[in-house]
Design a protein around this ligand. Structure first.
Ligand SMILES: C[S@@+](CC[C@H](N)C(=O)[O-])C[C@H]1O[C@@H](n2cnc3c(N)ncnc32)[C@H](O)[C@@H]1O
Length: 544
């Protein structure tokens, strides 16, 4: 195998210079007086990116790394040149930067210019290779915003068959995708399809079954190899599917797509931040007015009351109330432990009767949303309580629409609907609020993306003054919490079977589960077919 462009050149090109100085007059730290030891310029490749490194060797020991793909070199005189390139500051803002180079001799100058032009040429060849389908080694948008250790774990996880199997065995999910594709054959027949994050390749195979002209199955993890195998094992379809290993942010495809198919949904729709990759794929590969399957996503929210869940979480911190734990007083950490448990969103399937108001929703149109819009999602909340109760927090779930030309199909993760591997998610307040029937509950749900492919959630719920004589618009109680979507509490480990309760209509299904009693305080509470707390096992950390 041929060495990567930059590596090939690394040893060949090291230049001792008379001096290097920053073009910007203010940056005196990197200026080099001619009396200083000679500076060094070295061509090489770091992580496959062809680069030129100036080792200033001044008192500050400054190093300037130049991405050769963005660099231009101009001759100012027989022994001096200027190199202009793209740089970025700590906040990742891009700007142009320049260094003035003084060579020790005219020969050095000529050799340096020659080396520079040779490597620039190599960059062009490398880019041409990329255009033929090889993944880029360059830093891409994904790498810019995601912590490398998070990405490594993420793709390691999806590189394992057992996790792909977990998704394939969610028959609500996979069956809905199958139906959406096959019922909307007209959208796939004779079309070019890109499968964004193909995993095992299942959606590519569905698209090929529906008559796609060609499917590009883009997958960044090692699962790409398994997808190749699976697709090759289906020879009637394999001729029309190409697996492209790499991130959708960086691979190049030979043609545009008429339709994108993907399963980018995480817990609460947005966890894993894969929606951003779906949107980037849209902008990179989809023809104008092309279709997207799924087309639209909605996050649904409603306040809930679940005394049992609240006590269960609060009880977890009781351990830290011991004053004589092998002679040690643990109480100093009780507050932190209490906050810690309430910062975990709870993932389980709950009974919809825990909801205390009709839900509201936040819509994300995948065909229109900008990638940056997903960095921060801010939803104002307003509900009218249908019962007088204690509100313990906000329950959330999502659905997505496949807006086919023949059939519109929804995939829902709502409470009461058949359980999916996403379950539902609840943000539990450490300080519940009391409401009366008819009382207004207001608040805000703010989700801020972080570089570990998830979100920090800020939730505030307030109960407004209510009843005759109340000061209109006045707030009675407010409660807030901050949660990390990356660290959920998986309260149950397996989807539970559904059964009809005696007092339920067939369209109001509830789950029947055992209810382990944890607290004496709960004796008087009416327990409504509650989900059983998990054994503590956290089977799935990702829920795509
Ligand atoms: C939720 S799984 C869906 C897999 C498959 N499409 C299915 O429906 O069974 C998402 C897949 O997308 C891949 N993926 C996530 N982000 C990606 C990206 N930026 N580029 C390419 N693949 C990505 C993951 O490795 C994972 O296999």
């Amino acid at each position: 195998m041929e060495a990567p462009v930059g590596q090939k050149s690394q040893k060949l090109h090291e230049f001792a210079l008379a001096s290097v100085s920053d073009l910007a007059p203010s940056s005196s730290s990197s200026d080099v007086a001619s009396s200083s030891p000679p500076a060094i310029a070295r061509f090489g490749a770091d992580c496959g990116i062809p680069e030129l490194r100036f080792n200033m060797e001044c008192a500050s020991g400054a190093v300037v790394n130049v991405d050769l793909r963005t660099a231009k070199l101009f001759k100012l005189g027989p022994v001096s040149s200027v190199c202009i390139f793209r740089a970025s500051d700590i906040s990742k803002e891009k700007y142009s930067r320049g260094v003035t180079i003084r060579f020790r001799s005219e020969e050095d100058s000529t050799a340096f210019h020659y080396a520079f032009e040779q490597l620039k040429k190599d960059c062009v060849i490398q880019e041409a290779q990329l255009a033929n389908g090889a993944p880029s080694a360059s830093k891409c948008k994904f790498d810019d915003k995601i912590e490398p250790s998070s990405a490594k774990m993420y793709f390691h996880y999806y590189g394992q068959l057992l996790h792909q199997q977990n998704m394939l065995q969610d028959y609500v999910r996979t069956g809905t995708y199958y139906a959406a594709v096959i019922e909307n054959r007209a959208d796939f027949f004779g079309r070019v399809v890109v499968d964004v994050g193909a995993g095992s390749g299942i959606l590519s195979l569905f698209a090929a079954q529906a008559g796609a002209k060609h499917v590009y199955a883009v997958e960044a993890s090692e699962m790409a190899e398994y997808a190749r195998k699976l697709i090759a094992g289906n020879p009637a379809l394999s001729q029309r599917i190409t697996v492209v290993k790499g991130k959708v942010e960086e691979v190049e495809l030979p043609e545009k797509a008429d339709i994108l198919i993907s399963e980018p949904m995480g817990t609460l729709l947005v966890n894993e931040r894969m929606l951003e990759s779906y949107v980037i794929a849209r902008d990179r590969f989809l023809v104008p007015n092309g279709k997207m399957f799924p087309t639209v996503g909605r996050i649904h929210m409603a306040p809930f009351s679940d005394e049992y869940l609240f006590v269960e979480i609060a009880n977890k911190a009781l351990f830290w109330q011991q004053q004589n734990y092998y002679g040690v007083d643990l109480t100093a950490l009780h507050g932190s432990a209490f906050q810690g448990y309430f910062s975990q969103p709870v993932v389980d399937a709950f009974d919809p009767r825990f909801l205390v108001a009709p839900s509201i929703s936040h819509v994300i149109d995948f065909t229109k949303v900008e990638e940056e819009d997903l960095y921060e999602i801010d939803v104002p909340l307003r509900f009218i309580a249908s019962v007088g109760t204690r509100v313990h927090g906000l329950a959330c779930w999502f659905d997505v629409l496949f807006n086919g030309s023949t059939v519109q199909r929804w995939l829902t993760t709502a409470p009461g609907a058949p359980t999916t591997h996403w379950y539902q998610l609840r943000c539990v307040l450490s300080q519940p609020i009391y409401v009366m029937a008819g009382q207004e509950i207001t608040g805000r749900l703010r989700m801020v993306a972080h570089d570990a492919q998830s979100y920090t959630i800020y939730l505030t719920l307030s109960a407004k003054m209510w009843g005759p004589g109340a000061e209109q618009g006045g707030i009675l109680q407010t409660s807030s919490c901050k949660l990390d979507l990356k660290e959920p509490y998986y309260r149950m480990s397996q989807p539970q079977a559904y059964a009809l309760a005696q007092d339920q209509q067939p369209n109001q299904l509830i789950q029947t589960q055992d209810i382990p009693i944890q607290s004496q305080d709960l004796d008087d509470i009416e327990l409504l077919a509650q989900p059983s707390p998990s054994s503590g096992a956290q089977l799935n950390t990702l829920n795509g």
